[in-house]
Ligand binder design. Structure first.
Ligand code: GDP
Ligand code: IMO
Ligand code: MG
Length: 429
């Protein structure tokens, strides 16, 4: 019996939340393993729309959910999200939600620093979500972080807090900001500790127990491979590994526990924030994709940049991300186009490339080489079986499979949970 890891195969917002929610029906546990509340995962169930940032998407179905140690946790954002979902009738209790006690915290000083840096970067800014993600990961790797387990020992923080504040005071001084208000930070932590601690556990134990008990674990990635700190379009990336390998380290289950890796890819491409984007369309077609796909960020409300499907990038994501099969989403957005294009290679000067070069300057310079296919006028929206798809849409999907060298396991045809075509069951592998 396989576990399944869902990861984004592009620049995020591929529809991971919808697919995780769909798969969660058959999972015993859903686990977030990286990122934080920079993620925005949308689930549509009948009339209800759920927007999740930090909570694993399984929570909506009541599937036991875990926030693993690879996540950076803003405890105030956690509380706000739990309260917001409770108003929609979704209840996260210590029975249904567990948070790794070795999870590093995002503090207000991280959010401050994220904003200060972005504001000071002018045209070179990354376009982060300003949630403090990068600075919190820096403090984790710098061994200065305050973690969930520390919330039970706030009176003993002493030298740990000294080191953290000394580091931030120096950075803040560089921006002309006052030093960290230590007493305020401690008071805020004391207040939030009572809320967070009932959820805190050594979750690696639960996960290993579930695994040996033959339970199905579903890992929910955030962002996408092209935003991965190592393999993405550096420096225009997020500060964590978004590839499937991160599911093992970010949860406390070994690599053999990860199983089938389902990469989620849109039938076209979007990106929010700065950075290179070879197939970006700044014309009417790009606008049409954005309008038909409702391409506005879930977290920040920013307009997403849009372009044609880039098979070079997704093939690369499949390779470095360890992807076994793809869920192709938003095929319905391409309905009604006379022709659709797929990027099949790049020109860099006189050279033709079948991969994305590593240097940012080259990444910005490549010119896509397109293959043009006939579009389809019939609607794919709401299709629930392969037989419901027009022949030309099937041709498009088959061509993508060929180009990315990876089979399509699922096709999504609308935001709604059930509008999903199963081609190959990830759990059965
Ligand atoms: P995530 O971050 O990967 O979970 O993706 P987001 O939720 O940020 O963005 C995906 C958006 O597309 C959401 O608004 C979904 O409701 C919507 N969506 C997901 N799958 C489909 C689909 O097959 N067709 C259409 N039209 N919309 C979809
Ligand atoms: P989901 O899980 C799309 C982008 C930001 C920015 C860069 C760094 O919904 O797919 P950060 O705040 O992480 O330091 O920002 O990464 N980014 C996302 N883009 N979807 C996301 O998450 C993203 N999370 C971060 O826009 O370019
Ligand atoms: Mg999103």
């Amino acid at each position: 019996m396989a576990n399944v890891a869902v990861i984004g195969a592009q620049w995020g917002d591929e529809g991971k939340g919808k697919i995780v929610d769909w798969l969660a029906e058959r999972a015993d546990m859903v686990v977030r393993f990286q990122g934080g509340h920079n993620a925005g995962h949308t689930l549509v169930v009948g009339e209800n729309v759920y927007k999740l940032s930090l909570l694993p998407s399984g929570i909506v179905r009541g599937t036991p959910s875990v926030i693993g140690n690879g996540v950076v946790l803003d405890p105030w954002a956690l509380k706000a999200e739990i309260e917001r979902l409770a108003e929609q009738g979704v209840h996260a209790s210590p029975e249904t939600l567990r948070v790794a006690d070795n999870c590093p915290l995002i503090l207000p000083i991280h959010r401050d620093l994220d904003g200060l840096r972005e504001d000071a970067s002018g045209a070179g800014k990354i376009g982060t979500t300003r949630r403090g993600i990068g600075p919190a990961y820096e403090d984790k790797v710098g061994r200065r972080a305050i973690r969930v387990c520390d919330l039970a020992h706030l009176d003993d923080l002493g030298s740990q807090l000294d080191r953290l504040c000394a580091h931030h005071d120096a950075l803040r001084a560089g921006f002309g900001e006052p030093p960290v208000d230590r007493e305020r930070l401690l008071a805020d932590l004391r207040e939030i500790a009572a809320f967070v601690l009932p959820f805190a556990k050594p979750v690696w134990r639960d996960l290993n127990e579930a695994r040996t008990g033959g339970k199905r674990i579903l890992f929910e990635g955030a962002q996408g491979v092209l935003l991965d700190i190592d393999h993405g379009t550096y420096p225009f990336v997020t500060s964590s590994n978004t590839i499937a390998g991160a599911a093992a380290g970010g949860s406390g289950l070994g690599p053999s526990g990860v199983g089938f890796v389902l990469g989620i890819a849109k039938a076209y491409t979007t990106r929010v924030g700065s950075g290179p984007f070879p197939t970006e369309l700044e014309d009417e077609t790009g606008q049409r994709l954005g309008e038909r796909g409702h391409e506005f960020g879930t977290v920040t409300g920013r307009k997403r940049r849009c372009g044609w499907f880039d098979s070079v990038l997704v093939r690369q994501s499949a390779a470095v991300g360890g992807i076994t099969g793809i869920a192709l989403t938003k095929i319905d957005v391409l309905d009604g186009f006379d022709e659709v294009k797929i990027c099949v290679g790049y020109k860099l000067g006189d050279e033709t490339l079948d991969y994305y070069p590593t240097h940012a300057a080259d990444q910005a310079k490549v010119v896509p080489v397109y293959e043009t296919m006939e579009g389809w006028q019939e609607s794919t929206a709401g299709a629930r079986s392969w037989a419901d798809l027009p022949a030309q849409a099937i041709k498009y999907i088959r061509r993508i499979e060929e180009l990315i060298r990876c089979p399509v396991a699922l096709v999504s045809t609308s935001p709604e949970r059930e509008d999903t075509i199963l081609v190959r069951d990830p759990f059965a592998d």
